[in-house]
Write a protein that binds this ligand. Structure first.
Ligand SMILES: Cc1cc2nc3c(=O)[nH]c(=O)nc-3n(C[C@H](O)[C@H](O)[C@H](O)COP(=O)(O)OP(=O)(O)OC[C@H]3O[C@@H](n4cnc5c(N)ncnc54)[C@H](O)[C@@H]3O)c2cc1C
Length: 405
């Protein structure tokens, strides 16, 4: 496999580079700290609309669907170039990472016409309503009930850790529809209008200051049967398809923190070359570790993309990459802070892209090892679904859900 740009890819890279450079003065921010959340979101929406106009919001999708009919490699090139800036696109990451690809796979033609493009343009935001207070890793343990009533379903219960629910227009949700059967067999998947009567969203204040995780309460929320994705009681398979999209969405190198080239530039500037700097054996050893992890992540990602370009769907092997990326993010950001000493925590004039800000990376890394599947759960996935080893012991697998304690 040759990872250098082909002449066509090099041309595309130049085109993207020049377009992004044109957008930078209006949308790439030196720091988000001075802007209100609302202002960041509205700038993000403007930038996202421009991106979508050129087909960059989903490069591999056809033009008809709002993409540009590009190759997976072009999508990577775009991401690599966009990462160099500080565009406020984080609000759309969940939306376009999981719910929208799932709508693309499971929604009707008419629903796709209605919902895909507004999401690509950032006009509408989607969230993923999976986790509950007693169901995270074990998604099969969800309790939020959906009961059929005529052409509607009535939803009651609670979700938690729903990223960006407070700004979402729609959400994909997995519900319990038949508690009399084993837990994975009685779930049904829907999409919901987040402005429906009976939905209450409460933001959770986070340690690092943000509030983008939410609790979402459902009290007699009516959802039309037409919003069902997949068959009644077959929601588990749609949920699994979503989780595979999620594993893939969190697999690209962008999630692994600062790219080595940028980090080296920064360290050279801050530490210099001598003792305690780039000549220091301890520093060099860490740099070698990052290099190994980064090369592995990039090559593995290229392999996943090759599979996708050959028509494969995202599969469980992406779990491997997620484990390495999350660990690298945590280790590298902590190492950089150590190297910089007490000053490592501040550097107010350190203007970098969000992806390269090791301080943000350090704050977010612990959560990243949980989001999209914890390390332990991903190891189970790899053991069972990639290596074919015997399954984890699941004593509740065949017991009717309502009989579980
Ligand atoms: C940044 C972030 C964003 C998130 N965004 C969303 C979102 O948008 N929508 C959403 O629905 N959820 C979201 N989540 C929630 C996330 O999916 C869950 O936190 C995650 O699935 C873990 O579930 P839990 O928190 O209930 O922990 P638990 O499942 O209770 O796990 C607790 C510990 O037990 C371990 N464990 C559990 N089962 C096993 C097992 N069988 N074998 C070995 N170890 C095990 C876990 O690895 C973990 O260390 C988000 C979480 C984070 C951190």
């Amino acid at each position: 496999m040759d990872f250098d740009d082909t002449p066509e890819e090099a041309e595309f890279r130049l085109e993207v580079r020049s377009w992004l450079a044109e957008q930078a003065s209006a949308y790439s921010l030196k720091s988000f700290d001075d802007l209100s959340f609302e202002r960041q979101l509205s700038l993000g929406r403007e930038f996202q609309a421009r991106k979508a106009e050129r087909g960059y919001a989903k490069i591999t999708w056809t033009q008809e669907l709002g993409g540009m009919g590009g190759t997976p490699m072009q999508a990577v090139i775009y991401e690599q170039e966009e990462e160099k800036y500080n565009f406020p696109t984080v609000f759309f990451a969940i939306s376009l990472g999981m719910p929208i690809p799932v709508m693309r796979r499971f929604a009707t033609e008419a629903q796709q016409q209605r919902y895909l493009k507004p999401a690509l343009r950032g006009e509408e935001v989607w969230c993923q309503l999976f986790s509950e207070p007693s169901a995270g890793s074990d998604l099969g343990g969800i309790r939020l009930k959906a009961v059929r009533d005529g052409d509607d379903w009535v939803l009651n219960g609670q979700k938690i850790w729903t990223s960006y629910a407070h700004i979402s227009d729609f959400g994909i949700i997995v519900t319990r529809t038949d508690p009399a059967v084993a837990k994975h067999k009685g779930m049904t998947f829907f999409f919901v209008d987040m402005k429906s009567p009976g939905i209450e969203v409460r933001q959770i204040k986070q340690a690092a200051g943000g509030g983008e995780f939410c609790e979402v309460f459902f009290s007699d929320v009516r959802v039309p049967d037409g919003n069902r994705l997949g068959e009644i009681n077959a929601g588990w398979s749609v949920a699994i398809a979503t989780l595979m999209e999620e594993r893939f969405a969190v697999t690209d190198a962008a999630g692994g923190g600062a790219q080595l080239e940028d980090t080296m530039h920064f360290l050279r500037r801050e530490l210099g070359e001598g003792d305690g700097g780039l000549d220091d054996p301890c520093v060099r050893e860490k740099i070698a570790d990052w290099y190994i992890a980064e090369s592995g992540i990039n090559n593995f990602y290229a392999r996943l993309l090759t599979g996708l370009s050959q028509g494969q769907l995202p599969g469980p092997e992406a779990a491997l990459s997620k484990i390495v990326i999350a660990r690298k993010l945590q280790a590298q950001s902590a190492d950089i802070m150590d190297f910089c000493g007490p000053a490592g925590a501040i550097y107010p004039d350190f203007q970098v892209s969000r992806a390269n800000d090791y301080r943000i990376a350090w704050l977010e890394a612990a959560g990243y090892r949980i989001a999209g599947g914890t390390d332990e759960i991903l190891k189970n996935t790899i053991a069972e679904r990639v290596l074919g080893l015997p399954g984890d012991i699941r004593v509740d697998k065949d017991i009717p859900f309502e009989e579980l304690k």
